[in-house]
Design a protein around this ligand. Sequence first.
Ligand SMILES: CC(C)(COP(=O)(O)OP(=O)(O)OC[C@H]1O[C@@H](n2cnc3c(N)ncnc32)[C@H](O)[C@@H]1OP(=O)(O)O)[C@@H](O)C(=O)NCCC(=O)NCCS
Length: 180
Amino acid sequence: MKVVLIKGKLVDLCVLDPQDDLTAYERWVNNEETTQYMAIGRYPLTARMLVDYIKKYNSSNDFLLGIFLKIDGRHIGNITLHYIDTQNKSAEIGILIGEKDCRGRGYGHEAVAILAAHAFRKLGIHKLTTGMVDGNIASQRMFEKVGFKQEGRLRESFFLNGHYYDSLRYGLLFSELKEG
Ligand SMILES: CC(C)(COP(=O)(O)OP(=O)(O)OC[C@H]1O[C@@H](n2cnc3c(N)ncnc32)[C@H](O)[C@@H]1OP(=O)(O)O)[C@@H](O)C(=O)NCCC(=O)NCCS
């Protein structure tokens, strides 16, 4: 029985349990195209490693939630709220829509928007941050649609296949959140 933490119109964000079926998750993180702009995917990840990752993640400073379609309960991706800093009231968001046929349908936007609303209203977070590799247009546009603004560029900080890429830093304040 899934524990739904945050309900949306298209997706629900549910607590991931190490006992859950992680087959889809294992497939996503080992898919070169899916992880091309991500820090994961550089070396193979087994289901066992993902179980350890989930256990490590779900603490008071970090949590990892599954993104499930409301229409059929399919697990399509994961979203994280991490580096929760209770002094500065900030936290970082990360997201992966693993199922390719589910990208570009508004699921990523809704997942980030409802997690951001939860972080601001329920957790008292003042500022959310995120980052992506320069060139990950889908990620940039999706976060911008939620209201995130670009705040910085870290030069040549992402190394992949013999090349260095810049990383972009984005931030969001509660007043800037676009929920719809
Ligand atoms: C990046 C990602 C999370 C975006 O989620 P998504 O569900 O595909 O995005 P959405 O459908 O919610 O799109 C929101 C907006 O972003 C823009 N967008 C999405 N995909 C786009 C693409 N491929 N190219 C250009 N703009 C795009 C659109 O403006 C869209 O709004 P619109 O449909 O009203 O025009 C998803 O594609 C993904 O997980 N990719 C692989 C892993 C990854 O790169 N994760 C992010 C690491 S930082």
